[in-house]
Design a protein around this ligand. Structure first.
Ligand code: SF4
Length: 343
């Protein structure tokens, strides 16, 4: 993108631009206020003079940068999935869920993913490009505007591997937590990685209050390599060490995501191995009844196996819960829409 997307600008960037173009600095505050409330169409910014709007549109991308192309609302629990089309035709998905504490959003960090997890629809649809920090922020701000309600927590767990787009992820965190802007507390953000160990270490060194979640999905290297090619690069030993470093440096608990696949990783031996791997770590295991999609080689684990797995972990004193399924009627196509909609 030659021109920057408007939501990639922070208040200082806008102030600098105003100074350069000889617009008074209070215009920067006005523009930033519009952007922070999810108004990215210049025509809607009624207090910004016409000449400034014309000048802005020459230098930056506004609402043509990302538009809501489709919207799906679950008839079961009201979960909303928004499908955005970006300025260059790429498609990304965002999911908004309602919990007791308020709205939570799951955002994408890339259009597609390079990681190639064999159970994932996004991997099957291929990689498009990295999203900018502003495009990640846009998912939050435009969703807030669409829902007419503030979003209380953000998980970076949608399409893409956030640590494979590290600098843009950091910019997103800076933008979404900015006090003059959206002002979300770091503790209300969770980043989920498939286990890019060097980036996990870089993230740990920041000692931020952002939560870390690791997609584990297997209790041994052999099985993990089948499910997640990244396991060929970083062993479970290295991964767990990096997790331990994060816990010690931040004093925060880590979450492990574990999707259960029928006959693959859901038996009593897997539960035992998982216990041996995680014992002593300050962690929580999020068990997921895996999503099936056409062409996937895996079936979701059976109910009784999921329950038995959870009880085993409980017996081993590993903190584990089964993730509540939300919006199942609109999730079936998760990650696959991209392939069908991109041209
Ligand atoms: S599970 Fe996550 S990291 Fe793996 S291919 Fe899918 S989006 Fe990428």
């Amino acid at each position: 993108m030659d021109k920057r997307f408007c939501l990639d600008l922070n208040l200082n960037d806008i102030k600098d631009w105003c100074a350069e173009k000889s617009f008074p600095s209070y215009r920067a505050d006005q523009l930033f206020k519009w952007l922070s409330t999810g108004v990215i169409c210049l025509d809607d910014m009624t207090n910004i003079p016409k000449d400034m709007r014309a000048s802005l549109s020459e230098d930056f991308i506004f609402d043509e940068g990302m538009k809501i192309e489709h919207e799906f609302v679950s008839q079961i629990d009201g979960t909303v999935k928004l499908v955005f089309r970006m300025y260059d035709g790429h498609i990304i998905e965002t999911v908004i869920m309602r919990y007791k504490q308020g709205l939570s959003i799951c955002i994408s960090s890339q259009a597609g993913c390079k990681m190639g997890c064999t159970f994932c629809a996004s991997a099957h649809a291929g990689f498009g490009r990295n999203l900018t920090g502003g495009e990640m922020l846009g998912q939050v701000l435009l969703s807030q505007k669409r829902m007419n309600e503030r979003i209380r927590s953000v998980v970076v767990m949608g399409i893409g591997e956030p640590f494979d787009n590290y600098d843009n992820l950091m910019r997103f965190i800076e933008l979404v937590t900015c006090e003059e802007g959206n002002n979300l507390g770091s503790r209300h953000i969770t980043v989920s990685t498939c286990g890019l160990v060097p980036k996990m270490k870089e993230f740990t060194a920041l000692k931020s209050q952002v939560n870390l979640s690791v997609s584990l999905h297997a209790p041994n290297d052999e099985l993990r390599k089948q499910l997640m090619p990244i396991a060929n690069k970083y062993s479970l030993d290295e991964l767990i060490k990096a997790c331990d470093e994060y816990i010690k440096a931040t004093n925060r608990r880590i979450t492990f995501e574990y999707s259960l696949f029928d006959g693959v990783n859901d038996g009593p031996e897997s539960a035992r191995e998982l216990y041996r791997l995680l014992r002593g770590l300050h962690c929580h295991v999020n068990l997921i009844a895996a999503n099936e999609f056409p062409g996937s080689p895996y079936k979701r684990s059976r109910k009784e196996h999921i329950e038995a797995f959870r009880s085993s972990l409980e017996r081993y004193k590993i903190n584990a819960t089964l993730r509540r399924e939300m919006g199942t009627d609109i999730m079936a196509a998760c990650g696959q829409l991209r392939r069908g909609l991109e041209q």
